[in-house]
Design a protein around this ligand. Sequence first.
Ligand SMILES: Nc1nc2c(ncn2[C@@H]2O[C@H](COP(=O)(O)OP(=O)(O)OP(=O)(O)O)[C@@H](O)[C@H]2O)c(=O)[nH]1
Ligand SMILES: [Mg+2]
Length: 448
Amino acid sequence: MKDEKMKIEQRMQNMKKFYIKAGNLIDNLPDAIPDKARESLKDAILGDAELKKLMEGIDSHRPPRIFLIGRTGVGKSSLINALCGSYVASVSDTRSCTEGAEIYQCKDGDRVLMEICDTRGIAESESLNSEVSAEDILIDQINEFSPDVAILMLNCTHRDDVDTDVNFLKKLAKSYAAVNSMRLPIVVVVNKCDEMAPTRFKSPKEYPQNKISKINEVVQYYKGIIVRNGLKIDNIIAVSSLIDWMTPDGMEIDVESIDNLPTYDIENLQIAFDGRYQIEELLDILESAIQDFEAQMGLRMAARLTEVVHRLARHLNRIFSGIAATVALTPIPVSDIYVLLILQCVLVSLIASLSGRDISLETAREFIFSMGGIAGAGYVFKLIAQQGAKFLNAVWPGAGSAVSSGVAAVGTSAIGKAAIAYYIEETSIKEAKAQFDKAKNEGSVTEE
Ligand SMILES: Nc1nc2c(ncn2[C@@H]2O[C@H](COP(=O)(O)OP(=O)(O)OP(=O)(O)O)[C@@H](O)[C@H]2O)c(=O)[nH]1
Ligand SMILES: [Mg+2]
């Protein structure tokens, strides 16, 4: 796993290098591109604040600090494993804080992935119920830990009393706001959805509608309690943290017995069954809840190589869809269609660089053409201007004579998804095109 991390750093540096030279590459495109278009494109890409932040974040990120509150057995440790995609939670540097909380780091080799402050449900701590001062001490400790986000974990299958935890969070949020001059971001996670009836469907892809409906009912129920109690939260989401683990030599193992395994096996546990439900969505929620950018970036990077790469690629895709929409706000006449095309070439090249490949803008353009079913060989950028209508119709039929903001965003997002499929998931061009068509037809830039 250590090697994987090295590769992540390398790939991200690759991506950054491409980003830095993107301006030059655009300058060196054939002369037929009007200077004005060239400059506005460079401004759009290099001036985009989010993209700039993402690139800067590559060299400056820190482990996010997460405050976890929830009853014993609700799955706090499992959630951390699920977020990281590897068995990490119960490791190293355990430092007892008060009777109510424990602070530890999740590590992968020497690399700290996350810092966790873990409390059993406040309701379970008798001393906290009897002595108000113990609660205050706990609040002080949590403030000292200074979490980037608080996660309240609840159980999907039995509706425990949550009032005590909710009231504690209210008190904590008030004191956090006073200390930090900002609101404590709070995300509520309803765990163990897989255990909702019918329980035999463990794989999220197989969840039948009645299971999903029941899960949603529980979320509504908890949401009602939280709102009634007047706790301001960022979001609430139902998940399953279910992962079955096995040793590198294929022995499946209960979570309870993992600690008895040889250290080598623990460090190299593999996923035998992945029952995770809505964990990617939760990551997105956490990412937007966390205010500190370095911590956001750290969260994005606290996972296995494939997950990190996917996450970054999807993030790029969102950013570029946004840029495309902005660029197209001034309706783009057909003759200027290559502004969008070049923007997409940059996106495809960045995604390819994340996959460990260096491709030129020309190769990216060939890829985009193949999505539209245009034989791209022989095209040069200046020809696109003349061929604009043909290109438009092939890639986004019905777009009309000018590209609207929405069409530009959807088309760009579809190209990004196809590039993720082809370069990162290493599917065939045919499969990538199927993804492209699907994304384009669904007509939405959001994730499925
Ligand atoms: N089916 C299912 N089991 C889960 C899920 N999350 C956790 N578990 C199981 O629930 C048990 C408790 O999970 P932990 O992650 O240890 O719970 P915890 O909240 O950290 O518990 P404490 O550390 O005692 O406070 C373990 O056996 C987990 O495997 C889930 O989403 N689905
Ligand atoms: Mg635990």
